[in-house]
Write a protein that binds this ligand. Structure first.
Ligand code: PEP
Length: 252
């Protein structure tokens, strides 16, 4: 059976001291008995120092929130997958809706990023999800299908085996309006079927599909109970130690 995964996406929040405090609090909370794997997607700058903390706590891993589509060279301001790897992270979020919206990252660029991540022995957390307009127009399944087919499904079996998918409906991110467990389960099942049709039963049973969008300690348990929901990608609530701990508990 798939283990639950709770990933906290800190986005562009927390100064150095606040980040260390929150990292330490989460590490102190996660115990031997915690069943879920915890991932902290932190700003690049904090990866090296927080990786010292996660080395002592094997249930917690670090993720970068993005990486360059290029390998190396004259790309001022960019951070490569190989740098992220050498700084101590294990995962990279690729295709978060904020990257798609504010930085114009389309599925083709995201496909390149997935390649960079995998070739550096990192694991992608590949995000997909529709806007409210797309859902209201009943296009949500088509949108997610294209995001996955173009951005992710170019990888081979070994590659997909290392990937996590996060379904994050854009209308639920940061809005306080989460997808209902029924809506989440419907889309997660659909995504698992897509993986099955491309990679077969074994890999579709194995792949973790996380739900993201206004997850809180109040709604986490109901969402995580759904058969195809393997945990959460948590934004705002991951910045509050107690709230995040309760979400980890809901998955354990
Ligand atoms: C996110 O940004 O990935 C996210 C799900 O944010 P929030 O939990 O705040 O909706």
């Amino acid at each position: 059976m798939r283990n639950k995964i709770i990933a906290g996406n800190w986005k562009m929040n927390l100064d150095w001291q606040e980040a260390m405090e929150l990292g330490n609090k989460v590490a102190a909370y996660v115990e031997e008995s915690t069943k879920a794997e915890v991932i902290l997607a932190v700003p690049f700058l904090y990866i090296p120092v927080l990786s010292e903390l996660t080395e002592e706590q094997p249930k917690i891993s670090l993720a970068a929130q993005n990486c360059s589509e290029y390998r190396k060279g004259a790309y001022t301001g960019e951070v490569s997958a190989s740098m992220i790897r050498s700084a101590g992270a294990k995962y990279v979020i690729v295709g978060h809706s904020e990257r798609r919206k504010y930085f114009n990252e389309g599925n083709d660029v995201l496909a390149e990023k997935v390649r960079r991540v995998l070739e550096n022995d990192l694991q992608p957390v590949y995000c997909c999800g529709e806007t409210l307009e797309e859902r209201n127009a009943a296009n949500h399944f088509d949108v997610v299908t294209t995001q996955l087919e173009t951005g992710l499904f170019h990888v081979n079996d070994d590659g997909i085996d290392k990937c996590i998918i996060a379904y994050e409906p854009v209308w639920a991110i940061g809005t306080g309006v989460n997808a209902s467990p029924e809506q989440a389960q419907e889309m997660h099942h659909f995504i698992r079927e897509l993986v099955k049709s491309k990679y077969g039963n074994h890999l579709s049973d194995k792949i973790s599909i996380l739900y993201g969008g206004s997850v809180t300690s109040e709604n986490a348990e109901q969402l995580f109970k759904c058969a195809d929901v393997d945990g959460g990608l948590v934004g705002g609530a991951s910045l509050k130690a107690i709230e995040f701990s309760e979400i980890i508990d809901a998955a354990s």
